[in-house]
Design a protein around this ligand. Structure first.
Ligand code: ADP
Ligand code: MG
Length: 347
């Protein structure tokens, strides 16, 4: 089994920081490539390169320094990832991003595998607004570049659509009554074997994740179905690394996929303290082709996200031995910005 010694990570936020910390534990060095000079992950990596994601010279310099490349967010230009792939392995494969960067391609892919999502329609121009009554009330989402509810518009009646300018492509999704949201973290290794974490129950506020807990309060059938779908998707994508499948459970107790994140995920932060192996360590192990470890839940847990200026209430506080506070070391506390989290183990 070959192993890599230097891991290149594109993106330098909190996910990058946590990947670097997991890598260090395994003796893997890291280089962060990020377009933000204040990127927090540089505090944890051996090297840091700050440049735009399409800067060919800097990308080359980065690629030369590393043995294998991964990323902490999915919206890196696919041509950049393909360029890197000509020189070094990139995991997960950039073709995964090609599908998942686009909500419409992503939903088509999932439905073609016979796995359900909410009903939706691609909206490219005003012409596509015919016969959409069954999708209203709905949510109009830009097909690319949305996150934490950005690029989304609630459509309460068809009139709301008259004010939208169709310079962007959108999908219109039916807004469903959510009974629950859950997510499944899976890591697929280079030999095709996967390890799957137990489903996590998530509460969103203002379309941003507020808190996550394990074990989730769902029946065994939904739990098995959510894990089996994740394995099927990872196999179909020939995925290498950790990915997250976000689900809706609707009022009829039907399981629907909301979206796939081809990376480590906010809802999986509790795996750092509540499992024998975190989603970050699993990711590093798989992309560096190290030995797989089966994740085992050690404790029930809840993870509370800390958003914006709330972070100041958590700094300099004393914590009990079952509480784990993470400060992402971001310089400015903007509204809606994820600044840290607190995981509490229920021992
Ligand atoms: P993002 O890419 O910004 O995470 P999501 O599509 O996951 O966007 O939406 C964020 C949150 O908004 C979801 O987790 C859910 O709480 C709510 N939401 C999104 N789409 C729907 C929908 N079709 N019906 C009901 N709630 C939705
Ligand atoms: Mg989401």
């Amino acid at each position: 089994m070959s192993s890599h010694k230097v891991l290149g990570i594109i993106g330098g936020g909190q996910l990058g920081s946590m990947l670097c910390q997991a890598a260090k534990k395994l003796g893997v060095e890291t280089v962060i490539y990020c377009d933000d000079i204040n990127s927090p992950a540089q505090n944890y990596s051996k090297n840091f390169i700050c440049a735009k994601y399409n800067d060919e010279t800097k990308i080359k310099e980065f690629t030369k320094q590393v043995d294998v490349v991964t990323f902490e967010f999915e919206n890196i230009p696919v041509p950049t990832l393909k360029k890197i792939q000509e020189m070094k392995p990139v995991y997960p494969d950039p073709n995964v991003n090609f599908i998942i960067q686009n909500r419409s391609k992503e939903k088509n892919f999932i439905n073609e595998l016979g796995i359900n999502t909410v009903d939706y329609k691609n909206i490219k121009s005003n012409k596509d607004l015919e016969n959409i009554e069954k999708l209203v009330p709905g949510i109009l989402k830009t097909t690319t570049l949305g996150y934490d509810g950005k690029g989304q518009y609630i459509i309460s009646n068809a009139k709301d659509l008259e004010n939208i300018d169709f310079k962007n492509e959108y999908i219109l999704e039916k807004k469903i009554n959510l009974q629950k949201e859950i997510s499944v973290i899976i890591t697929r290794y280079q030999n095709g074997n996967s390890v799957v974490y137990e489903p996590i129950e998530n509460i969103h506020k203002d379309q941003i994740l507020d808190n996550s807990k394990i074990p989730s309060n769902i029946d065994q059938k939904i739990a098995n179905q959510s894990k089996n779908n994740a394995i099927k998707l990872a196999n179909e994508l020939n995925y290498v690394g950790t990915m997250c499948v976000e689900y809706f459970i609707d009022e009829n107790n039907d399981l629907l996929i909301n979206e796939i994140a081809p990376r480590v995920h906010n809802s999986g932060h509790l795996t750092i303290n509540a499992y024998n192996i975190s989603q970050f360590e699993s990711h590093v192990r798989s992309v560096c082709n190290l030995e797989a470890i089966e994740p085992i839940m050690k404790s029930a847990a809840i993870m509370q996200n800390i958003i914006g200026e709330d972070i100041f209430k958590y700094k300099n506080k004393e914590y009990k031995s079952n509480e784990f506070f993470f400060d992402y070391l971001k310089k400015v506390a903007k509204p809606k910005r994820k600044m840290g989290h607190l995981t509490t183990l229920k021992i």
